[in-house]
Design a protein around this ligand. Structure first.
Ligand code: FE2
Length: 210
C-alpha cells in the first residue's frame, strides 16, 4: 500500500464551476491520506458545506468525527473565510479585536500541545511576512495576516506550515521550516502559463530540502 501523505489545499472558491470540478475530482492517493483545507473555500455557506462534504465523502473518514462535527471544526479553524471586505468582526467590536481574540485562542491551544511533539501549523494567512514581499502591491500585506504570528513556527516546533490567501503557490523556508502555499485561486489565476496547478500539494512527507 502507498504510504500516507499529508496534503494541503486552500482558496478553492467553489462558486466558480471550474473550481467545483477540481474539488469533485480530488481523490486521496493512499487510504490514509489527510487533507488540510486552509480557508477561502467559497463565499456562500451552502458552497462551503458542499465542498467540505464532497471532500469528506471522497476521503477516509475517522469514525469519531461526524459530518456536522467536521464542519464545526472547520468553522472554528477559520475555514469559513471570505473576502475580508465582507467579513464582520461580530461578536468583537472591531476587526483588531477579532484578530486579537483569534491570536490569543490559537496561542492558548498551541501552548497546550505536547511540547515533545512537532506540529504542522495551518492558517489561511502566511504566519510570516516574507511571502508577501513578491506581491504586485506589497502594501496588500496588511490584509494578509498579523505580525504577531511571526515566531510561531519556532515557538510551536513546526515541522511544516501550510497557508494560502496569496494565491502564489510555492515553497519557502524560514529558520529551516518548510512553508507551503497551497492555494488554487480563481480560474483566471490557475490558467496562467507557468502556474503549477498541482492540487492538492503534499506537505508530508517532505519532498524538498532548504
Ligand atoms: Fe483569503
Amino acid at each position: 500500500m502507498a504510504p500516507a501523505n499529508l496534503l494541503g489545499i486552500s482558496d478553492l472558491h467553489v462558486g466558480h464551476p471550474e473550481n467545483r470540478k477540481i474539488v469533485e475530482n480530488l481523490r486521496p492517493t493512499a487510504d490514509d491520506d489527510w487533507l488540510l483545507v486552509a480557508g477561502d473555500v467559497g463565499e456562500l455557506t451552502e458552497d462551503i458545506e458542499w465542498a467540505l462534504s464532497t471532500l469528506r465523502d471522497h476521503s477516509r473518514t475517522p469514525t469519531a468525527v461526524t459530518k456536522e462535527a467536521a464542519l464545526e471544526q472547520a468553522y472554528e479553524k477559520g475555514v469559513v473565510c471570505t473576502d475580508e471586505f465582507l467579513l464582520h468582526p461580530d461578536p468583537c467590536p472591531s476587526r483588531e479585536a477579532w484578530c486579537d481574540a483569534r491570536v490569543r485562542e490559537s496561542e492558548r491551544r498551541l501552548a497546550a500541545c505536547d511540547p515533545d511533539l512537532p506540529t504542522v501549523l495551518v492558517n489561511h494567512y502566511p504566519l510570516v511576512r516574507h511571502p508577501t514581499r513578491i506581491l504586485y502591491h506589497p502594501e496588500f500585506a496588511q490584509w494578509c495576516g498579523t505580525a504577531r504570528t511571526a515566531d510561531w513556527h519556532r515557538r510551536f516546533r513546526a515541522r511544516s506550515v501550510v497557508y494560502g490567501h496569496l494565491r502564489i503557490p510555492r515553497t519557502t523556508w524560514h529558520d529551516g521550516v518548510c512553508f507551503e502555499e497551497v492555494s488554487v485561486g480563481y480560474p483566471r489565476e490557475w490558467r496562467r502559463p507557468g502556474h503549477p496547478r498541482n492540487v492538492s500539494r503534499r506537505v508530508l512527507p517532505e519532498t524538498r530540502t532548504p
